[in-house]
Design a protein around this ligand. Structure first.
Ligand SMILES: Cc1cc2nc3c(=O)[nH]c(=O)nc-3n(C[C@H](O)[C@H](O)[C@H](O)COP(=O)(O)OP(=O)(O)OC[C@H]3O[C@@H](n4cnc5c(N)ncnc54)[C@H](O)[C@@H]3O)c2cc1C
Length: 357
C-alpha cells in the first residue's frame, strides 16, 4: 500500500512538492484558500529569477543556489499540462542620469557568482537589447543569467496537472498540524508548506509586505525584465505573454495584508512611466498585495522533525530557490518513508536544513 503524505499549503512550495510526489505516494492536499490559492505569496509574486541582482541583498550561497534552481524550472514546466511561459534571456538594470550613483552602488555590491557577472552597457548596447529604452537611458547593466516565468500560468497548469492524479483535496479550511496529524487525520509524513500560515509555530517568522501591478500595455515592447535604480522607487518591470507586464514590487516591513495603497500604486506606476511612456495608456489588470514569509535573517529553512518536514522563509526568493529546496524536501521525504529516518542534507544546502528531534 502507498504511504500517505499530507501537504499543507498549496502555494508555491506545496505545488512543487505535490508535483514530485503525486505518482509515488498517496497525497492529501490541505489549503486554506481555494484551488487558486490566490492569497498565497506565490500567486502575487512577479516570479523573477534573479540570482545576480538579488546577490546584492542576499548571501552568495543563496545566489549560487538560485543559479542552480533556474535550470530546474524548464524541467518542471515540461511535465505540466498547459503552457507556462519561461524565459532566461537576462535582465537590464538602468538608471536616469541623476541616479547613476545608485547604479554604480548596485554594481559594486553584486557578488561574484560562478562565471556570471554584470556587463556595463552604453546607449547603443541598450538599444540592441531593448530598443525602447535607448531614448531615455544612456547607461545600464546587463545580467545575462537572469530569467522569469509566468506564475499565473504556473499556478493554473500545476493545478490542472495535479487534478489528474489521485489526490484527496481539502480546500477552504485553515487546518492545524500536530506532528504527523493534520485536522485530526494521521499521516505517514506531513509536509508543512504553509508559508506565513505557520507564523505562530515557527519562531521568528514574519511577513514582508509587497505590492505589484499587472497591466496590459500593447504599446510597450520590452522583452525582458528591467530594473530601475532609484533612491526612493526602485522597481522592476517583468514582461509576461500577451503584452502583460508585472510592475513591482514594494518591500515594506509590515504584516498588513490589506489592499494595495494609493501611495504604492502611484510609486509603482509613475516609476514605470519614467521607463517607458507607453505605460500611460496601459490598462490596469490587477493591483495585488502579499506577504513574503521571511525569517529574521531572510534565509529559507527546511526543518526535519520525526514525520514532519517544514519548508519556509522563502522571503523574496521563492521562485528563485524553491525548485532546489523542494528537491531536498522530496529527497528527505522519500528517505524517511523508506527507512524512517532523515539523512544528512545535500552539501549545497548546508546551513539551510536543520533537524529538530
Ligand atoms: C509582491 C511579491 C513579489 C514577489 N516576487 C518574487 C520574485 O520576483 N521572485 C521570487 O523568487 N520570489 C518572489 N516573491 C516571493 C515568493 O512569492 C515567496 O517566497 C513564495 O511564494 C513562498 O512560498 P510558500 O509556498 O512558502 O508560501 P505561499 O506561496 O504563501 O503559500 C502558502 C500557502 O499555504 C496556505 N496556508 C497557510 N496556512 C494554512 C493552513 N493553516 N491550512 C491550510 N493552508 C494554509 C496559504 O493559503 C497559501 O496558499 C514575491 C512575493 C511577493 C509577495
Amino acid at each position: 500500500m502507498k504511504k500517505h503524505i499530507a501537504i499543507v499549503g498549496f502555494g508555491l512550495s506545496g505545488r512543487l512538492a505535490a508535483l514530485q510526489l503525486a505518482d509515488e505516494f498517496s497525497l492529501s492536499i490541505f489549503e486554506a484558500g481555494d484551488c487558486h490559492a490566490s492569497k498565497s505569496a506565490g500567486a502575487v509574486a512577479a516570479a523573477m529569477l534573479a540570482p545576480l541582482a538579488e546577490s546584492v541583498l542576499c548571501e552568495p550561497d543563496l545566489a549560487e543556489l538560485g543559479l542552480l534552481a533556474i535550470a530546474r524550472w524548464p524541467q518542471i514546466i515540461k511535465h505540466l499540462h498547459g503552457e507556462v511561459f519561461f524565459q532566461q534571456q537576462g535582465a537590464l538594470i538602468v538608471a536616469h542620469p541623476q541616479d547613476f550613483a545608485d547604479l554604480q552602488l548596485f554594481a559594486n555590491r553584486l557578488k561574484p557568482l560562478e562565471q556570471q557577472q554584470g556587463q556595463w552597457l552604453n546607449r547603443e548596447q541598450i538599444a540592441q537589447l531593448e530598443p525602447a529604452l535607448s531614448t531615455r537611458f544612456q547607461k545600464g547593466m546587463f545580467l545575462p543569467c537572469e530569467g522569469q516565468l509566468d506564475n499565473v500560468a504556473f499556478y493554473q497548469a500545476s493545478y490542472q496537472t495535479l487534478l489528474e492524479k489521485d489526490i484527496a483535496w481539502h480546500l477552504g479550511n485553515k487546518v492545524t498540524i500536530n506532528g504527523n496529524e493534520v485536522a485530526g487525520q494521521i499521516f505517514d509524513l506531513v509536509i508543512d508548506c504553509r508559508g506565513l500560515g505557520a507564523k505562530t509555530e515557527l519562531s521568528g517568522l514574519r511577513g514582508v509586505r509587497g505590492e505589484v501591478a499587472r497591466v496590459f500595455a500593447p504599446q510597450v515592447t520590452l522583452s525582458r525584465p528591467v530594473r530601475l535604480m532609484h533612491p526612493r522607487y526602485p522597481i522592476y518591470i517583468v514582461p509576461k505573454p500577451n503584452h502583460e507586464f508585472v510592475i513591482g514590487a514594494t518591500e515594506i516591513e509590515s504584516q498588513d495584508d490589506g489592499a494595495v495603497t494609493v501611495r504604492s500604486t502611484l510609486e509603482l506606476l509613475s516609476a514605470a512611466y519614467t521607463i517607458d511612456s507607453g505605460f500611460a495608456e496601459a490598462q490596469i489588470l490587477s493591483l495585488k498585495s502579499g506577504l513574503r514569509p521571511s525569517f529574521v535573517d531572510n534565509r529559507p529553512q527546511i526543518t526535519l522533525s520525526k514525520q514532519l518536514i517544514s519548508i519556509n522563509g522563502l522571503y523574496r526568493h521563492g521562485y528563485l530557490l524553491a525548485p532546489v529546496l523542494v528537491d531536498e524536501v522530496v529527497r528527505q521525504a522519500r528517505h524517511v518513508l523508506l527507512e524512517l529516518d532523515f539523512m544528512p542534507a545535500s552539501e549545497h544546502l548546508a546551513g539551510l536544513v536543520q533537524r529538530v528531534d
